[in-house]
Every structure is written in structure tokens, then in C-alpha cells.
Design a protein around this ligand. Structure first.
Ligand code: PEP
Ligand code: MN
Length: 348
């Protein structure tokens, strides 16, 4: 931390700051300039917070230099991490060397609909399947998902297709049953700061896909990841899914710069959800291309065999020409940015 003194701060004010810092076991390095004095602090930042330095006489400002998140920070872990998703001799990587294509229906509606969507996804090159059994809907009257019956369908479709499953959990009491059926637990945008839920998935023993809260800053998002890490689970993949802005042309505004910003701050992998960002299928392919180019570790995309009949998010689901264009993009573009298809690295 750095304490900046006001131009009229006295020697006594400076000595007072030094005394406070040393009083909690820290060291203070005073640097006197022509106009201002700054004091560099070394030691336990949490103890410095307790001193309320900003309120001391002669103090103009206090700046934090290191990040407030620790376990997910790249400052303490310079190598970027790879998270492995799957089980029983088949694990798929999400990390800096590969590109992971995740696809499937927004919601599990029936066994047939899930099989059709996942077969389409697999044929297009997906290595992990998605599908919601517990759906966090804005309206209490909207389809809420099939719950445990949906999880059972996901397990069956995994057995049929061999693709590991990522699915959302919305309630701490469901973490155990979701973990039984899923290979990766998704925390949705609406629950990014549901701290009890974050702690519960932190103790689940399963990798976690942590979506960015629709109004969360990158720092708040990484602090949410820290909650999971702090419970002993560092297998966290971040997912940029668009944020709320003044622009109504898209459902959310995809914050593409979040990808390199997060990669500079955190060692955790980061993927992009262009479907939930855009809300319209025509934008999914261009935003996927942009995600690959900017350096994302993967994308997660909605597909549906009959989007006009989908019970959730039909307008953003791909099939036909758009899905073919996406398959081509995820095949051709990652090698241009030095990544291999995650399927080629998958192993037990
Ligand atoms: C989803 O992926 O099914 C979903 C609900 O996404 P989000 O939480 O980003 O809205
Ligand atoms: Mn959805």
C-alpha cells in the first residue's frame, strides 16, 4: 500500500502514520518529495485496513498496490492454469494451450430434445455438453427446468455421447445432487455473489464454471472466484457472458476486453458465452470468432433442434447454417492463435 500525504502534512503527521503501521507489525518507507511525502507500506494488508489510515491527519489518499484476491491472482501464480473436466478416463482441458468448445441446449426439456441438441453439438466439434436442469428464470411463471429428472437425462446423454456435462446449480441444498450427475457445476450470472452457494460449490470437489454477474466488475467477479478457491477448490473457469449497459440492440453487451484483462490478473481459464451475451443467433458466430481472436480458452453456445419450440432462449439457439459456420470457426481459427482443439489433449 502507498499512503500519500497532503502538501501541508507536518513531520508529526508523517511520524504518526509510521508509528501506526509499525504498531501492527508493518514497515513504512518514507519518501519526501519537494511538494508531497509518500509512505510505502510493507506487511499484512488486512491489518493496515484496520488502521483506517485515510482518516489520519495529513493523509491525502491511500492506494492499494496488490490485488485483493490472492488464490486466484496471477501475482502469486504466474503460470496460467488448466482445469480438467470429466471422469472415468475421459477428461477435457480448459486452459491456455487449447480451445474448448462447449455446446448444448439452454434447458433440458426432454430426453429426445437433449439428445438431438447434444448430437448436433458433438457433430459440430463440441467436447463438453451444456444443458440446464435448474433454470434461474426472471419470471416465476417461466419454465423452471426439470430439476433432478433433468439431471438424470444429462447423465444418460453423457453415457450416450461421451461428452462431460456442465450444468447450473442455483441452490446450496442441490449442490450434492448436481455434483452426482454433472462433471462441472455452473454458477449463473444471477448467483455470482450468492456467497453461500459459492462456498458450497467450493466444497463440492467438482470444477466450477463461474459466470460473470451481469452488473459485476472484473474485481468483484474475481473476488467471487476467490470464495470458491478459499474453500479448497481452484478448479474454477470464468465465463464472460455480457454485462448490462445502456445499449438495447443486444440482450447484454459482450465485454470482450474482459478476456485479456482477466488473463493479466488471474491464472484461471476464461471462456465466453456469446449466446447469452447477444441473445440473438445471428451474432453468435461473429462473437465466437472475436472470442477466439482475443484469446479466450473456449466458448459455450446454445444449440436446439427446434429453436422456435424451445422453452428457454430459443432466439439465441443455433442450428443449420449458423451451426456449420460456428463449427468451421472453432476448427479453423484456434490454430491461428496457437491453440489446439481440446479434444486432441483429452485423456484420463
Ligand atoms: C445459462 O447459461 O443457461 C444461463 C442462464 O446463463 P446466464 O447465467 O449467463 O444468464
Ligand atoms: Mn439461457
Amino acid at each position: 500500500m502507498v499512503v500519500v500525504m497532503t502538501p501541508d502534512a507536518t513531520d508529526a503527521d508523517i511520524a504518526h502514520v509510521v508509528e501506526k503501521v509499525e504498531g501492527v507489525g508493518g514497515s513504512a518507507f518514507v519518501s519526501k518529495g519537494v511538494v508531497r511525502t509518500i509512505i510505502g507500506l510493507v506487511g499484512d494488508i488486512d491489518r493496515f485496513h484496520g488502521l483506517n489510515l485515510r482518516a489520519l491527519p495529513g493523509v491525502a489518499d491511500v492506494y492499494r498496490i496488490s490485488d485483493p484476491f490472492k488464490m486466484v491472482s496471477r501475482q502469486h501464480h504466474p503460470e496460467r492454469s488448466t482445469v480438467w473436466v470429466g471422469r472415468d478416463g475421459h477428461r477435457v482441458p480448459i486452459g491456455p494451450d487449447s480451445f474448448t468448445f462447449i455446446a448444448g441446449p439452454c434447458a433440458v426439456e426432454s430426453k429426445q430434445q437433449t439428445i438431438e441438441a447434444v448430437e448436433m453439438a458433438k457433430a459440430a466439434g463440441a467436447s463438453i455438453m451444456r444443458g440446464g436442469a435448474f433454470k434461474p428464470r426472471t419470471s416465476p411463471y417461466a419454465f423452471q427446468g426439470l430439476g433432478v429428472a433433468g439431471l438424470e437425462i444429462l447423465s444418460e446423454v453423457r453415457d450416450l455421447t461421451g461428452l462431460p456435462v456442465v450444468t447450473e446449480v442455483v441452490d446450496p441444498k442441490d449442490v450434492a445432487v448436481v455434483a452426482e450427475h454433472a462433471d462441472m457445476l455452473q454458477i449463473g450470472t444471477r448467483n455470482m455473489q450468492n456467497f453461500g452457494l459459492l462456498q458450497a460449490v467450493g466444497q463440492s470437489g467438482k470444477p466450477v464454471l463461474l459466470k460473470r454477474g451481469m452488473t459485476a466488475t472484473i474485481e468483484e467477479w474475481l473476488m467471487a472466484a476467490e470464495y470458491i478457491a478459499q474453500r479448497g477448490n481452484l478448479d474454477v473457469v470464468l465465463c464472460e457472458r455480457g454485462i448490462r449497459t445502456f445499449e438495447p440492440a443486444t440482450r447484454n453487451t459482450l465485454d470482450i476486453s474482459a478476456v485479456p484483462v482477466v488473463q493479466a490478473k488471474s491464472h484461471l481459464p476464461i471462456i465466453v458465452d456469446p449466446s447469452h451475451a447477444a441473445g440473438i443467433k445471428e451474432l453468435v458466430v461473429p462473437l465466437s470468432r472475436a472470442s477466439i481472436a482475443v484469446g479466450a480458452d473456449g466458448v459455450i453456445v446454445d444449440v436446439h433442434a427446434n429453436p422456435e419450440e424451445a422453452l428457454c432462449d430459443g432466439p439465441q439457439a443455433l442450428l443449420g447454417n449458423e451451426l456449420r459456420a460456428l463449427a468451421q470457426a472453432v476448427r479453423q481459427l484456434p490454430p491461428a492463435v496457437g491453440r489446439v482443439d481440446a479434444r486432441t489433449l483429452a485423456h484420463g
